[in-house]
Structures are given as structure tokens and as C-alpha cells.
Design a protein around this ligand. Structure first.
Ligand code: M6R
Length: 608
């Protein structure tokens, strides 16, 4: 999604804006632009496409004396991808950038037209910035103008705005879209995401809804809704700049896959004490757990797939019913929620609009909420009743990999904790499971040794336009994630199917050479899986089988086999994830795709 960076200080602003935008590229975007005060007026430079296009246009600007500016990466919502629709928007007096969606932009257009305004772009943003401009001409006070605009705007937003009459200042506010203010030794920053400023500072304050932040060269002031000055505490992110760099790898995605053993161990081990789960949250006491009627997991994309693995684990170990739902469906279908339910929200970014809305819905019904989130201090983490952080560090590649692995590792720990509280597993079993989970990183490390094998299989897969992924039970959930990974970065159409369901229709698509990726890691349904594989093979499918090392497979079951390390069976998804991700990665690399920034996608999906 869109990204915002702003800087005012005593050093050149343009290089910092470009640096910040580069750090925000991972969020996904289709054009970029900056505004700064130069030659006595507000100037904008914008370019459709990659940031390099904008950087080339900025090359001829020496930047001497330009010490304040705002920058933006746009992910189009209203209006095509073009220079003119790129941000910043506004006029000679007021210029701003925006993340989010303005829902009443037609109404604002009509109103502004009656006030004599015309529009250069098709964007909702231009209307919102011109509304701020209009209110500024009425009040002469940027803070009031911002606050009055916020009252009239419907939708989500994070704004950074400059006024030509206040050349060194940046004004910022937000609603439902993240925005941080960060002081540093070189000047003051505003950013939609801490990664944009990590090269200068790790300190930040989150601007809350209703507040306006005013950045000047050497200070940041905050104002409440009724115009009062506010003192804010600064937080320090645990992330460091190196964690957000590629560190010698060709892409962030492959770097992040290789981090999986370390981050899984780092997420799980500190939460195991004396070989027992140590999840010290009032929401997770044995008494509270025993009173849970039903667990609902709401999440999107990969996080939802992690939730499905969590469902299998919780139902197996704790026998509590779990309903997993896509957050965008959950939020609008008036789900049956009761006060003795528990709603778990899973999100890497902690900012996904639909997941945040699902959280708010649960809270409005008085249902306790637990967030499983990666980004410290994100909206979902802060608004949930309790949070369990997945300590994966920054995930930059749009395709989620290490975040998925830590999500499932943490859900395993949670399900062991639930099982112990429910008495569905004994203390001895709890300790064994904890010990095995604490050692899972060693198996994941071994599974990374399959990289070359995955690469050689990718050379075959790159030539196909359709791939099926099949599995039963937990392996079906794995298939869904493996298919999503392949689709989003290689642009090959993939379909995940419950293996036993194929014969009810989809098997008609299998013909000679159709690739089918089969996961067979569950002993209870292994024989059934082998039968389903035989069914597609006898119709000509080319089968790639993911199967644990220790399983004997009948002769002539598959064309290619990936043997997964023999981690205890319940934890098998932790070992299957990396090879499935590697298969997608190498296929996309073979096809020359932009692996870290796939087309049309955004890392943090802050619109619904
Ligand atoms: O930040 P979140 O975990 O809430 O994001 C949810 C999805 O947008 C995300 O997992 C998406 O599906 C990824 N691109 C998948 O790789």
C-alpha cells in the first residue's frame, strides 16, 4: 500500500525522502512523488512506475537549501496509474500526501467546486488536500484546518501536508492508517512505517486519531482534537537497520526464508520454561481457557492459512472448536459471537484493514480478543485485549514467509497451552511437545538443505501455466499456502484442492502433463492421499510429492519427491513451509519475476 515519508531539519531533504521511499518500496506501489519548498514556492516532482524514475527526475535538483519535504509511494485506488494521479497533490499554497481511502470524495468534489476549486487529477486525495487548503484560507491556522478537515472527511487516512506560508513545517494526522513521528539528530521525520527512518533513528511516537503533529526543524509538537498541546512519550523499536537490509542475498524473500530457523526458535523458546508453555497473559489463564465456548480466528491471506494450521492443532490438542475465517468475510456477515468465545486475530503487519475491522467487531460484541502480530506497536497489537508477538523482525518481501512460520510456531505453543489447561494432554505430553517445538528450528534448518532440489524442480514448473496443489486435513491448509505463494510471485495460476474432493469435479481438468503438487504428511490419511495421487497420475498428471523422510511410498507414486525432515508429525507444517516457499521462489526467479515486489500487490493492506 501507499507509503509516506516527510523530513524537516538542517540537512538536505531530498536524499532523505528518496532513501525513505526506497525503504517503503516493499509495501507495494505503482508511482512515487515528492514535494518540497524550493525557489520560494512549493514544488512537486512525480513519476509513474518505479522509484528509479522519480530518482532520475530529481537528479538535476541540487537540493542545496531544500531542508524540508514530503514523499509518497502510491498504490492506486482512485484513478489510473499516471504521473498526474501520483502524490503529492494540492496547489501553490497547500500540498500533501495521503494513505488510505476518502469515501465521500464525490461529495467533497461537489462542495469544493461550489467554492471555485478545479481538479487536476482523478484522485480522492486531491479533494481532501484541497479541502484542507480551503479550510486553511478560512482559518489561517494549519492545525485547525487539518482538524476541521478530519471532521468532514469519511474514510481512512494518514496525511502529511506542507503549507507555503510555513516552509519548514510539516503537518500530519491520521485515522485508521498508520503514521509515526520520529525525532533524530539530523531533523524530524514523519513516516507511515518505521522502516523508512531506521537509518536515522529507532525512536517514534504514534500519532493518535484526532491528534495533529507539527514538525519543525528541531521539534515535534502534538495537538489534541480541541487544540491543546500534548506531550507524548517516545517508544524505541527493537528493529535495527541491518534487519531491513538484504544482507548479501539476491532478494529479501530468500533472505527471510533462511531466517526461519532463527526466528522460530527466537519466538518459541523464550516462551517455554521448564519444558512448559509460559504465556503469562490474564486472558490465557487455565480458568479462562476452560470457559471458552468457541475460538474464532480472523485473518487474511497467508495469516489466514496459518490460522488453519492453528485450528488443526488446537482442535487436536485441546479439543476446543475453532472457526477460521477470512477477515473481510467475518466483518460483514454478522457472525455469532458470544462473550465466552475468544477471537484471535493473526497479522504480520498488524495494520491490515479487514483484520483490524474484525477485531473491532469482536470488541464491540464484548468478546475477548488476542492478537498474534509481528509489527510492534501496530494498530491490531494495541487494540486487542492481549497480544502475542511473533518476533520475526521486519519482513520486507511482499510474499510472507518467515512470518507464516513464526505464526504457526506460536499457534502450536498456544494449542499446547490450551491442551494443558483443558486437561486434554497430560503434563508429560505437554513437556514432550514443548521440547519438540523448542527443537523445531533444527528440522527447519535441515529443510533449507532442500533448496537445490527445489530449484531443479522449479525449472520444470516454470513452463506450466496451471498447477494444482492437493492435500488432506492439515496438508490441505499447507496446499493453500503453497499455492498462494506460487501464484503471487510467479503469476502461474494455481489451485489448492482438498485431495478427496477432486473427483467431484476438478479432476476433469487433469490431463497429460498437468502438474500436481501433493502434500502427504499426515499418517492418518496417508493411504487415502496415495489413492488420490494415483487417481490424478492415471489421468496423466505429473506429480511432485512432499512427504516425510520416514514414510515408505509405493513405487511409481510420483515423478518428483521432496523428502521432508522427520520432525514429530504434528509439527510437520513447520518443515514443509520452507521447501514450498523455495519452490515458489525459484520458479519466480527462473521466470524473471520481480520476486520481492510482485505486480499489483502491497505488503500492508490498509484498505478494505
Ligand atoms: O499483514 P498481514 O499478515 O495481516 O497480511 C495479510 C495478507 O495481506 C498477507 O498475508 C498476504 O496474503 C501476503 N502477500 C501473502 O504472502
Amino acid at each position: 500500500m501507499c507509503g509516506i515519508i516527510g523530513f524537516t531539519g538542517n540537512e538536505k531533504a531530498i536524499p532523505k525522502l528518496v532513501e525513505g521511499l526506497a525503504a517503503l518500496e516493499y509495501r507495494g506501489y505503482d508511482s512515487a512523488g515528492v514535494a518540497y519548498f524550493g525557489g520560494g514556492i512549493l514544488q512537486t516532482v512525480k513519476a509513474k512506475g518505479r522509484l528509479t524514475n522519480l530518482a532520475a527526475r530529481l537528479e538535476n535538483i541540487a537540493g542545496e537549501g531544500i531542508t524540508a519535504g514530503i514523499g509518497h509511494t502510491r498504490w492506486a485506488t482512485h484513478g489510473e496509474v499516471s504521473d498526474v494521479n501520483s502524490h503529492p497533490h494540492g496547489n501553490q499554497r497547500t500540498c500533501g500526501v495521503h494513505n488510505g481511502i476518502i469515501e465521500n470524495y464525490s461529495e467533497l468534489s461537489a462542495y469544493l467546486e461550489t467554492e471555485g476549486y478545479t481538479f487536476a487529477s482523478d484522485t480522492d486525495t486531491e479533494r481532501a488536500i484541497l479541502l484542507i487548503d480551503f479550510l486553511y484560507t478560512r482559518t489561517g491556522d494549519p492545525v485547525r484546518a487539518m482538524q476541521e478537515a478530519a471532521e468532514r472527511i469519511k474514510g481512512s487516512f494518514a496525511f502529511a501536508v506542507m503549507f507555503s506560508e510555513r516552509p519548514d513545517s510539516i503537518y500530519a494526522m491520521r485515522r485508521d492508517s498508520p503514521l509515526l513521528a520520529s525525532p533524530s539528530d539530523v531533523g524530524m521525520f514523519i513516516a507511515s512505517d518505521i522502516s523508512a527512518v531506521l537509518g536515522y533513528t529507532r525512536r517514534f511516537a504514534r500519532i493518535e486519531e484526532g491528534e495533529v503533529a507539527v514538525l519543525t526543524r528541531d521539534s515535534i509538537e502534538y495537538y489534541t482534537r480541541d487544540g491543546k498541546r500534548l506531550t507524548k512519550e517516545y517508544e524505541t523499536t527493537p528493529w535495527n537497520p541491518e534487519a531491513a537490509e538484504r544482507g548479501g542475498y539476491a532478494h529479501f524473500m530468500i533472505k527471510e526464508i533462511h531466517e526461519e530457523p532463527t526466528v522460530v526458535s527466537g519466538t518459541v523458546r523464550p516462551r517455554i520454561r521448564d519444558r512448559l508453555p509460559y504465556l503469562d497473559l490474564p486472558l490465557l489463564t487455565a480458568e479462562r481457557i476452560q470457559s471458552i465456548r468457541q475460538i474464532h480466528i480472523a485473518a487474511c491471506g497467508t495469516a489466514m492459512h496459518a490460522g488453519l494450521i492453528g485450528k488443526y492443532a488446537v482442535e487436536k490438542l485441546a479439543r476446543i472448536p475453532v472457526n477460521v475465517e477470512i477477515a473481510s468475510e467475518f466483518r460483514y456477515r454478522n457472525p455469532i459471537l458470544q462473550p465466552d468465545d475468544l477471537v484471535i486475530l493473526i497479522s504480520q503487519s498488524g495494520e491490515t484493514a479487514d483484520t483490524l475491522a474484525a477485531l473491532r467487531l469482536a470488541k464491540s460484541k464484548g468478546v475477548p480478543t488476542l492478537a498474534v502480530v509481528n509489527v510492534p506497536g501496530s494498530a491490531i497489537a494495541r487494540e486487542a485485549d492481549a497480544v502475542l508477538y511473533t518476533w520475526a523482525g521486519p519482513e520486507i518481501a511482499v510474499a510472507s514467509t518467515k512470518a507464516y512460520s513464526v505464526q504457526i510456531a506460536l499457534l502450536y505453543l498456544l494449542s499446547i497451552h490450551f491442551g494443558k489447561a483443558m486437561g486434554t494432554i497430560t503434563e508429560a505430553e505437554t513437556r514432550n511437545l514443548c521440547e519438540e517445538l523448542a527443537n523445531a528450528h533444527q528440522y527447519i534448518e535441515k529443510s533449507l538443505g532442500l533448496a537445490d532440489h527445489c530449484r531443479s524442480i522449479a525449472e520444470i514448473y516454470k513452463n506450466h501455466r496451471n498447477i494444482f496443489f492437493i492435500g488432506r486435513g492439515r496438508d490441505f491448509a499447507l496446499s493453500m499456502e503453497a499455492a498462494l505463494k506460487m501464484k503471487e510471485i510467479s503469476y502461474i495460476h494455481c489451485e489448492a484442492y482438498a485431495a478427496g474432493e477432486l473427483k467431484h469435479g476438478t479432476i476433469s481438468l487433469i490431463e497429460k502433463g498437468t502438474p500436481v503438487v501433493a502434500f502427504a504428511t499426515e499418517s492418518a490419511v496417508f493411504d487415502k492421499m496415495i489413492s488420490n495421487i494415483k487417481e490424478v497420475r492415471s489421468r496423466g498428471a505429473r506429480v511432485l510429492l512432499f512427504v516425510p523422510e520416514g514414510y515408505a511410498i509405493p513405487e511409481d507414486t510420483a515423478d518428483d519427491i521432496i523428502r521432508l525432515p522427520d520432525i514429530p508429525e504434528v509439527f510437520m507444517p513447520l518443515c514443509a513451509a520452507a521447501p514450498a516457499q523455495l519452490l515458489a521462489y525459484y520458479t519466480a526467479v527462473e521466470l524473471g519475476c520481480d520476486v520481492d515486489k510482485p505486480r499489483n500487490l502491497a505488503k500492508s493492506v490498509t484498505v478494505e
